[in-house]
Design a protein around this ligand. Sequence first.
Ligand SMILES: [Fe+2]
Length: 382
Amino acid sequence: MQEFFEYSLGARVLYKAGLSRELGQVFAGLGARAFVITDKGVGAAGLLDPILAGLGSVELAGVYDDVPANSSVRVVMEAAAAAREVGADILVAVGGGSPIDTAKGARIVLTNGGDLLDYQGYNVVEAPLAPMVAIPTTAGTGSEVTPFAVVRDEEQDLKLSFVSRFLVPDLAVLDPELTSTLPPRLTAATGMDALSHAVETFVSTENNPFSDSMAMYAIDMIATHLRDAVHNGADMDARGQMLLASTMAGIACANSYFGVIHALSHAVGGKYAVHHGTLNAIFMPHGMRFNSAVVPERYVRIARAMGVNAGGRSDREVIDDGINAVSTLAADCGLPAALSEVGVPEEGLEELAAIALVDGAIFNNPRIASEEELLELLRAAY
Ligand SMILES: [Fe+2]
């Protein structure tokens, strides 16, 4: 634990099945002209119309639904321009991490003007932004409560990070009904993203007891409920538990950050079109093994939260069982275990190691990783 730490409570969080159909009531005081940022999949799944129908006295200023799976600087600039044109005073993101991060980027540009690239990095945004509501339709990113936005720069094939407490949405609306139509593969990948947030933040150099409590409980909830959410999407208890776990892991990460798993995942995801959560699932066992050499006691606790019985066995055995429990969970949920299965060319690994070495997520990893060690992790995951 750090001698000094800061823990910010951030967004107001509301949870209720069906809440997204009654938004007019919860928007009160935040804004009068809402601009919705979403993707085509949300509309195709029939999730958008009930949300728009429930806006009540809040006026719908417009909808931008062209957000792709990995959003980009161009998309953020387009969405911000569209919101400005219609005089929107509140941004409403509906979707997974990509629409939510797009809206975070758009609120920077909408409020401050200029180019999104001017605000890249840590605490460059120093003042409050246009109000924002985040309505996740996946249980994984946690972006509805975090001060981070990750946006792809298509000019450089890089994932850029934007970090500022002013990026935390004002309101997170957690409605598990919105996640009930998410297909098994995406449920699995986003659920493993949430697990990676909890695991990485629990061992991060910035861990603290507040984040620990959120991360530990999230790991337990995901280990218990992800299989049911994947294999029986209509199981609303599992869906609700996963949505809460992903937000809790997000709150933990918002305060205690990430590590080598996300650094590798960002590097690969910037270069190749592979789902962020799938990449985290692939890298998680390798990152855990690498880090467990320096903070074994933390990995014993992770193993216990994953359901491993620690009684009478060595720490190493318990840790290995914990790592295996993560791999087994990913496999049970139908996710690939290797980079070679998701279309990443082997000759690209050296470049990816160099990119991961300077990714912002790596700076809070408990074990310093050299470029050679990152390459070894990439090869092990191949
Ligand atoms: Fe993530």
